[in-house]
Design a protein around this ligand. Structure first.
Ligand code: PEP
Ligand code: MG
Length: 323
């Protein structure tokens, strides 16, 4: 079994019918970076908040730059997608005080925190822009709800970049984009698709907001349904909107490594799957057994005919029995 998995180490990710996809890694710090083996085709999600957590101060531009540069350097030309600070709700850091809230999942978090902490946000962007001169990087903003938030974040980025160029600093090319984690962002995916360079769907949060079921609350865990037809339809809508603009779609929530979900994600045409390092080889092996045309038929059947999560699971089991 291990030997068989090792075969997938140096291969590209392809379906049974030779469709090429990319599998990338989710990481949070230098330690995760060192644990990466060579199988990831890039870093699809660098959760930068982990650099801020478990310290007694907000990391300086220099400290952040060191970590970002290390990741870009380590990947030797493979793409690295950095997500700006995503705190609030479950994640808190020293030095950034967030107000106590009744409903933290609906409160001050993600890009909302960054837009309210201008100095901290600019420091992070400068560190990332400096790292961009060492390789291929993207910056994505978490918990985006409106186009206005995205434009605001981009204009702050543009200001910092212009200042740095004026000061004679080295900067590389950066692709900018968003996480799709809120129903509001998903439902105007066609509008976002015109404006962003890159997109990654954060299904962990998207599911909680679509299903109105707190991802941390065990009492409503049975309503947290990744395979609910509502979730599948919304994901398909997002993928179609970006493909219409000729742009790839990545997925970086837990769903990306779920064997139940993968046939549907391939059926809708997701281009990049980002997941923990441990899941990469197993997922690449699993994908090699999936025929993307047959997966598309299953997806179409789910979209047209599934009313409940059990309907979806029954159709998937029928599909999985055959491979
Ligand atoms: C997500 O919401 O799917 C995601 C990848 O972000 P996080 O799990 O860090 O909230
Ligand atoms: Mg999230």
């Amino acid at each position: 079994e291990l030997k068989k998995l090792a075969q997938f180490q140096k291969q590209l990710t392809t379906t049974a019918d030779q469709r090429h996809l990319r599998i990338e890694a989710n990481i949070g710090n230098d330690r995760d970076l060192k644990a990466l083996d060579s199988s990831a085709e890039g870093i699809g999600l660098y959760r930068t908040e982990f650099l801020f957590m478990g310290r007694d101060h907000v990391p300086s531009e220099e400290e952040q730059f060191e970590s970002y540069r290390k990741a870009v350097f380590y990947m030797r030309g493979k793409p690295v997608v950095f997500r700006t600070l995503d705190i609030g709700n479950d994640k808190q850091v020293h030095g950034i005080n967030l107000p106590p809230e009744e409903n933290p999942a609906l409160g001050e978090r993600g890009i909302r925190v960054s837009l309210d902490h201008d100095k901290m946000f600019r420091t992070q962007l400068r560190a990332l822009i400096r790292a961009s001169s060492y390789g291929d990087i993207s910056i994505i903003f978490p918990m985006i709800t409106t186009i206005d938030e995205y434009r605001k974040a981009c204009s702050i980025y543009d200001e910092e970049r212009a200042t740095m160029i004026k000061d004679g600093q080295n900067v590389g090319n950066v692709s900018l984009g968003i996480m799709i984690e809120t129903p509001a962002a998903a439902l105007i995916a066609d509008q976002f698709a015109r404006e962003v360079d890159v997109v990654s769907v954060g299904t962990n949060d998207l599911i909680q907001y679509v299903m109105a079921s707190d991802r941390m609350d065990g009492n409503v865990a049975d309503l947290y349904q990744p395979l609910n037809p509502a979730v599948i339809r919304l994901l398909k809508f997002v993928v179609d909107a970006f493909h219409t603009e000729g742009k790839d779609v990545a997925i970086c929530g837990e769903m990306a490594a779920s064997h139940m979900a993968i046939p549907l994600l391939i059926g809708m045409g997701i281009d990049e799957f980002s997941m923990s390092n441990e899941s990469i080889l197993k997922t690449r092996q699993f994908i090699s057994h999936i025929d993307s045309k047959y997966a598309k038929k299953v997806l179409d059947d789910v979209i047209d005919n599934a009313a409940t999560v059990s309907d979806v699971i029954a159709k998937l089991n029928h599909f999985l029995d055959k491979i």
